[in-house]
Write a protein that binds this ligand. Structure first.
Ligand code: SF4
Ligand code: SF4
Length: 173
């Protein structure tokens, strides 16, 4: 009598376990099944680059020049002090009549931005008193070494290439 009851309980437990397992498998597959009918959201980047807002400032910095070619940066280091990530290094030097680089008394002898640190917050741009520093819309920043991520002044004075032409893309080969 005892043996029969134990065997009944065992079969009941097995049946309950099987039903529970099947329900869970069904729930899992229902997620997959629902996904089949959802629209495809794969982005074809960099073949298709979604347009940015006309005044989007979300990418690499640019050091600007005056119309006469002199640099706007006066090496004051305010951008470096404003940077919360300590990503900017500036070393100023005096202009001379023989060697004039900027329109001010001083210029940036060394200007570096470390893009492994930069969080694109724009505080450096806000701090700059001469509008020498601006953010562009070129967010395509990829590096092969830590050294490559540190942009020097000559790189920052060069306007970035258009989006979609970064090395490694079809256009940027
Ligand atoms: S954008 Fe922000 S994090 Fe990047 S260099 Fe400027 S202040 Fe620093
Ligand atoms: S970019 Fe602007 S804030 Fe930074 S050192 Fe040059 S002038 Fe000063």
């Amino acid at each position: 009598m005892n043996v029969d009851r134990t065997s009944e309980q065992w079969w009941a437990r097995l049946g309950g376990g099987l039903v529970g397992g099947l329900v869970r498998i069904g729930q899992g597959f229902s997620v997959t099944f629902r996904q089949i009918f959802r629209p495809d959201v794969t982005k074809q980047y960099p073949r298709t680059i979604p347009p940015l807002a006309p005044r989007a400032h979300v990418g690499r910095h640019l050091l600007n020049r005056h119309e006469n070619g002199l640099e706007k940066c006066i090496g004051c280091e305010l951008c470096a002090w404003a940077c919360p990530a300590d990503a900017i290094y500036v070393e100023g030097a005096d202009n001379s009549e023989e060697h004039r680089v900027s329109a001010g008394e001083r210029y940036a002898k060394v200007y570096q931005i470390n893009y492994l640190r930069c969080i694109m917050c724009g505080l450096c741009v806000e701090a700059c008193p001469t509008r020498a520093l601006t953010l562009t819309n070129n967010y395509e920043l990829a590096f092969e070494s830590r050294e490559d991520a540190i942009f020097e002044k000559w790189q920052l004075l060069d306007p970035p290439p258009p989006l979609g032409t970064a090395p490694g893309t079809e256009e940027g080969k």
